[in-house]
Design a protein around this ligand. Sequence first.
Ligand code: FES
Length: 255
Amino acid sequence: MLQIKTKITYNKKIKGSYFRIALKAPGIAVKALPGQFINIKVSDSCEPLLRRPFGVHRVKKDDIEALYEVVGPATQILSQRKPGEYLDVIGPLGNGFTPVIKNKPLNILIAGGMGVAPLVFLAEKLKKSKNVVLIGAKTKEQIMCEKEFKDLGCEVKVATDDGSTGFKGYVSGFLEEVLSGAHYPKSVVYACGPRPMLKEISRISKKYNISAQVSLEEHMACGVGACLGCVTNTRSGFKRVCKEGPVFNGDEIIW
Ligand code: FES
């Protein structure tokens, strides 16, 4: 884990309220694994006081990238930061996904909303395997990273709550439809998104005898395991999402 001043390489709007930021951080880039996150101090002042966690979205040579949506004051400030400016960053943090490559399983990557961010990095690591990506969002406009996954050779399917494109309904329901319509004896599920979605994904994966690695999204204060503000209940006691997670086996969590 490093704490460094990183120079902003770029900070661009992708569409709507979604942005991608790249930070020059060779020390973090060389160590980061899919599912790990960085903690960014978005301004040099005391406001906002707390850092914000962002899953590592991609690593490009010395740059680490994060994908974010402007949803409040902190991300609003971040969206105004310019290339050449510096941001204080801690990372890489947490325990990420464990890519399963042995026996060439079919990898099913499932993203809800901004859950796409770390899964692009994971898809890069799994590039030599067969990967199916299910992306869920409220509307067609909120589907992110379809092209990035396709460029990595993934088969991409989408689900929207309003049915504006793809399967109509939650992406968890879509997973059930996909699994019930085919036989996937050697699959591994990797999922990132809101907790109710991950709960469903874990239940469905268990039903089909598939192991599921889920990345929990939790509010964090310190992000480094010190404040106990992010604990979740598991079969082996309370665990800190920022330290023992954010990735857990779906079976391990007491939902
Ligand atoms: Fe402080 Fe996890 S955010 S322990």
